[in-house]
Write a protein of this length. Structure first.
Length: 206
């Protein structure tokens, strides 16, 4: 996994947020004083239509290009705004895309920020990439990441609706849905964000 210390000198992490209902966590270019120079956070649709296109891949739009080849974005929203069960205040990943190897660092920052403005982060409830599945599977085993077991809509675990969550389709393939890493809400202390800030590589703006 790439960490903040593996980033080139000019690459940092940006968080665009209203501090209430959404946040976009992505890569950016910063100067030596930590000032934001350029966003390297294309939306998933932009990436899928260019660099990730199946038939005729094209370079990302010039505004998102950098000699390092690094780009990435994780978009998350407050799940209660969807009027769906939100496992007691979780944010949900809406979409994500990143240069191979650089996604997990953004996920760490996304979880940390979701733990500040909410109770943590849950995966997309309807579609999760294989790469993202691997990230969540590792979170279950990490000592620096906490997880809370969400209940399903049938209240299998508790009589309260407060901890309920719509279970992602693949979760239902398990005999016991609690065995799935995608059935949990993840939270984390802000260690990555603190390290990025010390390195002058973290930019938060509205």
């Amino acid at each position: 996994m790439k960490t903040e210390t593996d980033l080139p000198d000019s690459i940092g992490v940006e968080i665009l947020t209203n501090k209430k209902s959404y946040a976009y966590v992505g890569y950016c270019v910063v100067d030596k004083n930590g000032n934001h120079i350029q966003s390297l956070s294309p939306g998933l649709e932009t990436a899928e239509n260019t660099i990730l296109a199946r038939n005729y891949p094209q370079p990302l739009p010039e505004e998102f290009q950098h000699p390092s080849g690094i780009y990435g974005t994780i978009a998350m929203e407050r799940l209660s705004d969807w009027r769906e069960p939100d496992c007691a205040g979780a944010f949900i990943v809406v979409n994500s895309v990143a240069t191979p190897g650089y996604g997990p660092l953004l996920y760490d920052v996304a979880i940390e920020y979701a733990s500040i403005i909410g109770t943590g982060l849950v995966s997309d409830r309807y579609s999760v990439s294989n790469a993202a599945r691997g990230v969540y599977a590792k979170y279950v085993a990490r000592d620096d990441v906490d997880y809370f077991q969400c209940d399903d809509e049938d209240n299998t675990l508790t009589p309260s609706n407060h901890d309920n969550l719509v279970m992602e389709p693949d979760v239902l393939l398990y005999d016991d849905f609690t065995d799935s890493p995608l059935s949990k809400r993840y939270s984390k202390e802000s260690t990555r964000m603190a390290s990025l800030k010390n390195l002058r590589k973290l930019v938060i703006y509205r």
